[in-house]
Design a protein around this ligand. Structure first.
Ligand code: SF4
Ligand code: SF4
Length: 392
């Protein structure tokens, strides 16, 4: 039986977070069962971009501080790392802006930079034909223990991001964008996310759900309080519970379904034991969720997909650029897997050529200036696909 601890945590006050983390760990049997003296312990944070902790895009640094303290109590060596999707950004600056560097320095941990060490090509454990090898940072593979520290958020493309999706950061920088080209449908992409989970196998997951994100996650949504920290050795159970608390059933989230099917964890809520606060006490009914933009096509077999694609694309969601907000940083140009965003040097504007767009929303996710919005087609709005709010 998988266990998930849910502990109330009212704010990011350090004492409050320390208490909630300690309590969560005690509820699942204690950290000393996992971390042994001398172990190199990687705290895999969500450092998606260099935004302030208040934006609720990244794991809050107070959680990192609390977990470093617990690792040190067990005699472990705490390393803090991630590889943001935007590899051209200054990753060192990202770790400063998110508060991770300060948290690590002050609590006695060390920040590690995945891109600056060796990268290994590993075979897909599921023999995935779309993405046969996966590039994984040695900093992840070298750790004796991985503690996964995801942030609970909605996600425009995968609907939900939690423990499973957070391990995508083991793939360095822009390498991630290639996944969308090779596995362009969300459930194909999810198979590879689960491959990464299987290759990295975090020993423990502690989710920051004090402030989560609703709406256009993982970067363009709104912070919203859920007021809890969760802990579990089972990332699938953690995502099943986390998703349920904001209104998704486990069967709606591809990564949860696939990981369970492959025996990597429990997705059935009836088979998950909750310790601490009950789900009923926390569950919210009006979290602003993303609906599956590809739900019209997901069950169509690959050989028929190209035939129906033009029709399905009538219910599309397209990115567009608000030129007044665009700083011409060109991150979206470099990060677009379909190479369909261009900088017109003469007119000095960045433009999206939608005819080649694969609707992966990487650009929306990568733009730190919120200059890229998502517009739903008339049919998508009629069918209730996507998230309202950025249509004008
Ligand atoms: S749209 Fe955003 S990411 Fe793209 S160039 Fe402009 S500011 Fe940079
Ligand atoms: S324009 Fe944006 S949504 Fe379209 S393929 Fe490029 S990154 Fe993906």
């Amino acid at each position: 039986m998988s266990k998930v601890a849910i502990t109330k945590c009212d704010s990011y006050d350090q004492n409050e977070v320390d208490r909630a983390v300690q309590q969560s760990l005690e509820l699942i049997g204690g950290l000393a069962n996992i971390v042994k003296p001398g172990n190199k312990v990687l705290l895999k944070v969500n450092a998606l971009m260099g935004s302030s902790p208040e934006a609720a895009v990244t794991t809050h640094p107070s959680l990192v501080t609390a977990v470093i303290k617990e690792v040190k109590k067990c005699g472990g060596i705490a390393l803090v790392g991630d590889s943001p999707g935007n590899a051209s950004a200054n990753v060192r600056k990202t770790m400063v802006d998110t508060g991770f560097k300060k948290a690590a320095d002050e609590a006695g941990g060390e920040v590690v930079y995945f891109q600056e060490a060796e990268i290994f090509d590993l075979l897909s454990p599921s023999h995935n034909k779309k993405i046969k090898t996966l590039r994984i940072a040695s900093k992840v593979l070298d750790a004796d223990v991985i503690i996964n520290l995801p942030k609970l958020k909605t996600h425009n493309y995968t609907l939900f991001t939690g423990a499973i999706k957070n391990m995508f950061g083991a793939v360095p920088g822009f390498e991630k964008a290639h996944f969308h080209i090779r596995a362009p449908r969300p459930h194909e992409f999810a198979e590879s996310l689960v491959d990464i989970l299987e290759l990295t196998k975090p020993h423990l997951n502690i989710m920051d759900a004090v402030m989560g994100m609703e709406g256009h996650g993982p970067t363009g949504g709104s912070p919203r309080k859920l007021g809890i920290i969760m802990a579990s050795t089972d990332p699938v159970a953690m995502d099943a519970v986390g998703g349920h608390l904001i209104g998704y059933e486990p069967s709606q989230i591809d990564t949860t379904v696939i990981a369970n099917r492959r025996g990597l964890g429990e997705s059935c809520l009836d088979k998950i034991t909750i310790f601490g606060t009950s789900m009923e006490e926390i569950k919210v009914s009006d979290w602003k969720l993303s609906t599956d933009v590809n739900r019209l096509t997901r069950w169509i077999p690959g050989f028929m997909y190209d035939l129906v694609r033009p029709l399905a694309r009538q219910a599309r969601i397209d990115p567009y650029i608000i030129q007044d907000k665009c700083t011409k940083c060109l991150v979206c140009v470099k990060g677009c897997p379909a190479k369909t965003i261009n900088y017109d040097k003469e007119r000095k504007i960045v433009e999206i050529d939608l005819k080649d767009c694969i609707n992966c929303f990487c650009c929306h996710e990568l733009c730190e200036y919120k200059a890229i919005k998502l517009k739903r087609s008339w049919l998508a709005r009629k069918l209730g696909i996507g998230v309202p709010g950025e249509d004008e």
